[in-house]
Design a protein around this ligand. Sequence first.
Ligand code: NAD
Length: 313
Amino acid sequence: MTGMEYRALDGTDLKVSVIGFGASPLGNEFGAIDADEGERAVRHAIDSGINLFDVSPYYGRTLAEQRLGKALAGRRGDVVLATKCGRDDVNGFDFSARHVAASVEESLRRLRTDYVDILHAHDIEFGDREQIVHETIPALKTLKEQGKVRFIGVTGFPLNVLADVAVRGHTDVVMSYCRYNLLVRDLDTELTPVLREHGIGLLNASPLHMGILTECDPPSWHPAADEVKQAGKAVAAICRGYGIDVSTVALRFCLDYPHAASTLVGMPRCSQVDANLEALIATIDPALRAEIDRTVAPVLNRVWKSGRPENHE
Ligand code: NAD
């Protein structure tokens, strides 16, 4: 078995595996999955040393939490469990204190536990920034005092919003996605230095750029520009030429980033868990890396707008 590496998550007393299990595909967000296989993937991940599991009521509109809760039966003590609140549907946001308190109760029931290790406010750029700081985060802190939640955080896409809210709200952690991988590498511009200065933990999600850096097509809802999707296909072809899978290279690239305690990757199949564990021992040939960088250069850091206009970058 590949030896797992663990890193301290700043802002908490948690030690998390450098590869984390992203559970959004358990909610069929990337296409319908075999539910039994998804549960096997969860247990296989635990047996392989992965201890961080991230989910949300939003993924599959509660389906991912239900499936993850079932898969974790009897294994809750082996994992660091993170879920979210505030987002329940594509356009369904409610960051009020009342909703946060009700939402976590339902998450705990679906996840079959009486506490989660991390509770994030989900995709905060879709909310009112002052409400997040002055109402949502205080509600998360109340849950912490009640012992239902051990640590609190925020997730989202625009870096400046995450940095501003995390610092003003004194969150323990932040989860960013699609801002540090082979296609987008701008996490250091506005977020990482701020979190480091304040001792706030950083989790990096979507190392495969939500399916673009794989041998399969990304989901139809993927917000990236067509040129970025084409660049992903070109990178996959280059990796093939070097006899290595694009996902392995993409994940390895993220594991080499020292400031994120864990990289969260969605992997609803045992074979994908195994493939992603390969990244732990993989190295990227410098010639391959140079070719990837040349190919990606025209679209590097091409991001999309997310959330309310006032929260756009
Ligand atoms: P990802 O970049 O991890 O890509 C997931 C896709 O790649 C899935 O289709 C999966 O089946 C496939 N895949 C995984 N390993 C593979 C392999 N070895 N070979 C081929 N295909 C492979 O994107 P993601 O799932 O969106 O991100 C990971 C996790 O991070 C999510 O599940 C979620 O927990 C978290 N996340 C949070 C937010 C947020 O809070 N706003 C946003 C994005 C992701």
